[in-house]
Design a protein around this ligand. Structure first.
Ligand code: ADP
Ligand code: MG
Ligand code: MG
Length: 936
């Protein structure tokens, strides 16, 4: 070993996780010899499994679960897993297999040989293996797999004899040459396809399976030529050369463009790399008593407690996932083999009892014997997640608390997503039907390639991606589409799995749709559709409609009600909504909103009857004119408030006083400005002059928020009068109206104290003018959205009944990022990992969050009962809701259809807090016991 390599090796152990670091250290202490390589290989087999399900970080999800399934006695072909740390070392060492790996792999091979009773590289009955990728997070189809590894020109003959099946042996060999050539050596897959087509033509057959044995043998020769042409080398005959190269290729596939893009889209970060699983091959393509399939322990689309899945007779695993042949549902399996079906039902029970969650698993049957090849917690739609969580509590598999944490709160919006109106659907006949791969309703124009879809989406068009099948290269375009329609492949095809993960509408395997991507046309039911044609697809039923259908918003199922009921009894945070119309308020109330946290008033001024008074107010030459124009708006405002207060009766409604700069209310186009001048009986020049005067270099930092009322107190007077009058009107009708006045963009105590005094005086005057004798309790508070307000929150709290954190502006001002211009640089910031996520989407807990926390502490130090809430858009983001819980806010406020999301997220925050506290208690107890023991 050269010294340079030795140093590499030590460095390798520094980057590895603590567990290995410790073992290396121990060994170093024992002997002064050169440092040994860390443990890179973990075996699994009937006699011994070194891994288990908790080791996902190190062994990847696939490897950890192969070991776990082996340990609980399920039939898993033996093999070994190379750690994710080894992948990291591979990349930090210039894409070389780290030192010591080859030796450890050799030991793994010996273990596998013993467990399988076959020998790797044997010429008579060779052990064949698969080399499979598998990271800690599932990335379906993103990385590479090589099957049938270990065959060569001689052993293929041995295999044929041992198995008594020549066609099978050569078919396995041609698949190996193809996969190894494509995946490991980068020979275009297409070149192999061309060679295959030639053979099919020669034997005048259409299907792969109809090619006679002679043809398959010729195909192997043809493939070797394709390989040689593509790589300038012969296909390697040494199984170990094949193995080592494949391990390197799987490691390499971690950094493939598609894999990197997928991880970014999915927010998967901080992983070391992929593990590599080397596993004894089992063959589903040995004849009619063999097969392969993918199944779920429950229905991943609806959540129904039924065995669910698909299988193909006489096929290898990749045939199901690739969507080359359309598989049969497992419900049809008893007709094919009753014992296998029964065995699978038993395995289904074992898996759920053991993992206590819905599993998604791969299996293969080799001449009547069933093998398990993979299991993982199954991806599911939000609807299924809710149903499964509730059912598993009823079945006493899990507790209520864990049921709550099983549902990704953000996914609930999927259930609250629009679907097609049943009546409209009845009027329109479906032109085709596929599989209901991922629910939702999508309406869009056809895009025939992923690239086209991405481009047109950017141009603002709603597109449905229509493909025979999708592959990982299409991920970006799939993401850009409103829905996905494929003509081949099943419920577990690439398109289906990816779409479900995103909650995107998808119909798969609609075989009546004939697609010609080159000519950009699809023929359905005799009619041709092109890029300009709009279709509608129903992901819940699989129906395809040749026109635009009306969509309808969703309703809340009984199971979701149960989950939300459990959430409400657990959570500490209140959940309000942002709404500024009675309709929105009503809808939010149905979703469980406990008040309005932000009622914006500016939207109320754009109606033609109203905007003219607004403009007169802005054009006014003096206070009297301004006042008279403003008070023309009063009746409108009062009516709006009355409607909202009534819709929210018994619940608080926080009304924010006028916030945007005034120029937003004036027309920007010359023509409209001329029209405005005419309407108002003034000159165009006057309008222009005013527009110019109002022009600000930086309106976001300009004359807006509370600054407007400081300059023009009548704005506040009019709005507070309207609020008070509306409240009195409600009270007279015995409606329990509970308004709160919120003053925006406060940065100093003085601003707030002046405006608060004015508000309180206005309320008193209005009461007097209306001769109202009852009690009126209208709290006056402020938004905390300027960093200075957060920093001086103790001063400001003295003047406020409540704080509401406006985290949109607070984020903007803390980072100094203009929210409207951030898109020019945000993608680079995310790409280069300067920011982990858009801080306007999820609160930056260490920066912006620190200001929020400081304001809470300072505010409450002055006023213990100061009410604290958040009304920025973060209020509907689960991670931000957790943050709000942790800093002790009283409520979050979010858009109506996010209300259920926030309710669930708030309950999850409590469960997580309890878990943290329990684990602290446990460690404290442990250390106490330890102390006692040492004292003894
Ligand atoms: P992915 O993560 O993309 O699903 P896999 O590693 O699971 O990739 O492998 C791809 C396909 O090959 C799967 O259908 C799997 O069942 C099949 N396969 C993998 N290893 C074996 C094996 N040892 N014997 C039989 N089939 C296998
Ligand atoms: Mg798999
Ligand atoms: Mg603001």
């Amino acid at each position: 070993m050269t010294p340079a390599i030795q140093r590499d090796n030590t460095e390798g152990s520094i980057v590895t996780a603590t567990a290995t670091r410790r073992t290396t250290k121990k060994k170093n202490q024992k002997s002064t010899r050169k440092p040994r390589a860390p443990k890179m290989v973990y075996v699994f087999g009937p006699d011994k499994s070194e891994g288990n399900a908790s080791m996902k970080e190190l062994l990847g999800g696939k490897g950890a679960n192969l070991a776990e399934m082996t340990s609980i006695g399920l039939p898993v072909p033996p093999g070994f897993t190379i750690t994710t740390e080894t992948c990291a070392a591979f990349h930090t060492h210039g894409e070389r297999l780290p030192d010591g790996l080859v030796d450890q792999v050799e030991k793994g091979i010996r273990f596998t040989e013993k467990a399988s009773g076959k020998k790797f590289g044997d010429l008579k009955n060779p052990l064949l293996v698969s080399v499979r990728s598998g990271a800690a997070a599932s990335m379906p189809g993103m990385m590479d797999t090589v099957l049938n590894l270990g065959l060569n020109d001689q052993s293929v003959q041995g295999l044929a004899q041992a198995m008594g099946n020549e066609r099978f042996a050569y078919d396995a060999y041609r698949r190996l040459i193809n996969m190894f050539g494509d995946v490991v050596m980068g020979v275009p897959h297409h070149d192999f396809e061309v060679a295959f087509d030639k053979i099919k033509k020669k034997y005048n057959v259409e299907n792969d399976t109809d090619v006679p044995t002679k043809g398959i043998i010729e195909l192997c020769e043809a493939y070797k030529k394709v390989y040689k042409k593509g790589t300038k080398k012969s296909f390697p005959q040494d199984p170990r050369v094949q193995l080592h190269a494949s391990i390197g290729a799987v490691f390499g596939s971690w950094n493939k463009h598609t894999a990197v893009t997928y991880r970014r889209k999915e927010g998967i970060a901080g992983l070391l790399g992929t593990a590599v699983n080397v596993q004894t091959m089992v063959f589903g393509n040995m004849g009619d008593d063999s097969g392969t399939g993918v199944a779920f322990t429950r229905n991943p689309s609806t959540g129904k407690n039924e065995f669910y899945g698909e299988f193909l007779v006489n096929a290898q695993g990749e045939d199901v996932v690739a969507g080359i042949r359309t598989p049969r549902p497992v419900a049809e399996m008893p007709k094919w083999s009753k014992p296998i079906h029964t065995h699978l039902l038993k395995i289904r029970r074992v898996l759920e009892k053991h993992y206590k969650d819905m599993q998604d698993f791969e299996f293969t049957i080799e001449t009547g014997t069933l093998y398990m090849l993979q299991t993982r917690n199954g991806k599911r739609t939000a609807q299924a997640a809710v149903k499964i969580a509730v059912d598993m509590v009823k079945e006493r598999l899990i507790t209520r608390d864990s049921a709550l944490t099983r549902i990704p709160a953000g996914d609930l919006t999927q259930i609250l997503l629009p679907h097609f109106d049943i009546a409209t659907k009845k009027k329109n006949k479906a032109i085709a039907k596929g599989l209901p791969a991922s629910p939702g309703a999508a309406v869009g124009n056809l895009a025939f390639t992923a690239k086209d879809a991405a481009q047109r989406n950017e141009d603002g068009e709603s597109v449905i991606l229509i493909r025979r099948e999708t592959s990982p290269e299409d991920v970006e375009g799939m993401h850009a589409s409103v829905g996905i329609l494929t003509s081949t492949g099943g419920m577990t095809s690439h398109a289906a799995v990816v779409a479900r993960g995103w909650g995107k509408c998808c119909v798969a395997g609609a075989s009546d749709v004939i697609i010609d991507a080159k000519k950009q046309k699809a023929t359905i039911d005799g009619k041709t559709y092109g890029p300009a044609d709009t279709i509608s697809i129903d992901g819940a039923t699989g129906e395809v409609f040749g026109c635009e259908l009306k969509t309808k918003s969703a309703s809340i199922s009984e199971d979701l009600k149960t989950i939300l009921k459990w959430s409400d009894s657990g959570r500490r945070l209140g959940v309000r909504t942002n709404a500024d119309s009675p309709e929105d308020a009503k809808r939010a109330r149905e979703f469980g909103a406990e008040g309005i946290g932000l009622c914006r008033t500016e939207h109320m001024f754009f109606d033609p009857e109203r905007i003219k008074w607004m403009r007169r107010m802005i054009m006014a030459e003096n206070n009297a004119e301004r006042r008279s124009a403003l008070f023309k708006l009063l009746p409108f405002q009062r009516k709006d408030f009355q409607g909202i207060l009534a819709a929210m009766k018994g619940l608080p409604v926080t009304v924010r006083l006028l916030d945007p700069p005034l120029h937003e209310f004036l027309p920007h186009e010359r023509e409209q400005q001329m029209e405005m001048a005419k309407d108002m009986g003034i000159t165009f020049a006057q309008v222009q002059q005013r527009v110019e005067l109002l022009h600000e270099a930086n309106p976001m930092l300009g004359h807006r928020g509370c600054r407007l009322s400081i300059t023009y107190p009548d704005i506040l007077r009019m709005q507070v009068t309207a609020i008070t009058e509306a409240t009195i009107a409600c009270k007279k009708k015995k409606i329990d109206a509970r308004p709160e006045v919120m003053i925006p963009l406060v940065g100093t105590k003085k601003e707030l104290s002046m405006l608060r005094d004015l508000a309180i005086a206005t309320i008193a005057e209005t009461k007097k003018a209306k001769k109202y004798k009852g009690k009126l309790d209208i709290p006056v508070g402020t938004m905390i959205e300027i960093p200075r307000a957060a920093i001086t929150a103790d001063e400001i709290a003295g003047e406020a009944d409540f704080f509401s954190f406006g985290t949109n502006d607070l984020t903007q001002l803390t980072y100094g990022y203009s929210r409207d211009d951030i898109n020019s640089f945000l993608p680079d910031y995310i790409d280069q990992e300067i920011l982990p996520i858009d801080p306007f989407q999820s609160i930056d807990s260490t920066g912006v969050g620190a200001l929020v926390e400081m304001a809470c502490i300072k505010g409450r130090s002055v006023k213990a009962d100061l009410k604290l809430g958040i009304c920025g858009e973060h209020g509907g983001d689960p991670a931000s809701v957790h943050f709000c819980h942790d800093v002790g806010l009283d409520y979050v406020s979010c858009s109506p259809f996010r209300v259920p999301v926030a309710r669930l997220a708030a309950a999850q925050a409590v469960v997580m807090e309890n878990e943290r506290n329990n684990s602290v208690k446990k460690t404290k107890k442990k250390s106490k016991r330890k102390k006692k023991a040492t004292r003894k």
